[in-house]
Write a protein that binds this ligand. Sequence first.
Ligand code: SAM
Ligand code: SF4
Ligand code: SF4
Length: 488
Amino acid sequence: MKYFCLPKNAFIRTYDNYGYIIHQFNKKEFRFNSIGAVFLNQIKRDIGNIDESVNNMCVFFEEVDYHTLNHDFREFLSFLESNDLILLADSKVELLRKNKSYLNSPFHSNRIELNNSFDIESELENVDNTVAERFQFDPLKFTFHIELTTKCNERCIHCYIPNNEKLNGDFLDFEVIKKVLDEVSAANVLNVTFSGGEILMHQELIDILKYAREKDFIITLFSNLISLNEKHVNLLKEINPKLVQVTLYSTKENEHDSITQVKGSCFKTKRSIEKLVANNIPIEIACPIMKGNYKSYVALASYAQSKNLKLNTDYNIIAQSDFDQQNLSVSLSLSEFEEHLQDILFVNKLYGISTEKEKLDSIKIKELNSNVCGAGSDRICLTSKGEYIPCPAWKNYKVGDARKSSFLDVMLNSQENKYLRTVKNRSFTKCLNCDVSEYCNICMEKNFNESGGDIYYINEEYCNYIKSYKRILRSNRSITIESFNQES
Ligand SMILES: C[S@@+](CC[C@H](N)C(=O)[O-])C[C@H]1O[C@@H](n2cnc3c(N)ncnc32)[C@H](O)[C@@H]1O
Ligand code: SF4
Ligand code: SF4
């Protein structure tokens, strides 16, 4: 083998003392020590020559002879090749041919596997934690969320964005976006999500996404897709997102349209989903569950299954970011929630596709000294006004301003972010003696919006849901165990 290049679905980040590579679809990921980092630094999307790379690296390994280094580098490349993380060939022509067939080949499935293998190289002793410690976050796990606009072509009844912002809101300035993406890229962050409002309404979307691609981010997009056109499809093919998350509330047109308050929106969203599936663009369906659609959840799951798409549902509705709570009236009542939970269990058994299953599988006793969530450390959101907030709906908790401070300055020095990092499970005194806490995900953004600004607010009604949740899941488990015992 003489030549190599990084294929479009593999992404590399290197730090002083370790290097990282990940496949954006099958999520194979490896973390290497400092030697691996030097090797990874040689790998680019352009064609590289193995012998030339070894020559370049000799200065880093003065005590190693050329042949040993050459052998080790080739072994390293073969290992990456066996994990679909690099392309190797004897000639440039062959490499170009391989790269072309890689570009044209469908990624393995539209449905992201639920049980991804998570491989970490064992030589971790030398890993330098200073990056994570200095920034107090792991740039690899960090998600940078950009709200491109609050304008929207739908008026969803549950939406946390107030309607006046959908009508009169801002479009985030491209110059601010470029400045911020430069800063985020310099901090070696890997994941960037673009959302809204409706991203397809931003006039400079094409340039914005192309800029993000130039910066080599793993890109995720949230959209209702009702205004998707051929140009967008071509753009998506070009920028190769990890995921387009599209919101579909129901496969029944009247139900979906009465949530979005836009006639014909269900038809358009479904048509766009099918268009993206046909074009082999990775998508998932998102669906907040509420009064108007919970009865159709099983049908929606069946639709998702028929298209081989993952379905993300959530019954937690967050109050509007301006503290108006009128949107909460669409939330499920306790009895509706219990009915929905039975449907989730049914769907899991039938299709095994609901994200609720992942949540159920990950239930564990809470560490009192652990952080409540990643707010302030593993995520941040840039609003369409250019302000930083911890999470997309948490608009009245500003942690910085992109026009005045750099991304790292906000992450490191913002008093509000620093404060969020001090909030631990034990800070919620009302929860200390709760016997269902392992089933509960406290959400400070939700508490804040629901209470007019108190992150420690506990909604007793919500606690009743969690009690039901535990009771129903427990009884479901015992049913499963009973039937297993009977069968055996
Ligand atoms: C804010 S929207 C932006 C992207 C795009 N407009 C869409 O609807 O997919 C992102 C997701 O948040 C969900 N969402 C909106 N308001 C919500 C709320 N109050 N509580 C929970 N989820 C909400 C939407 O249904 C959608 O799935
Ligand atoms: S949920 Fe999305 S599509 Fe619906 S109004 Fe909000 S931003 Fe618009
Ligand atoms: S159910 Fe209520 S009391 Fe229990 S942990 Fe959750 S918020 Fe706290």
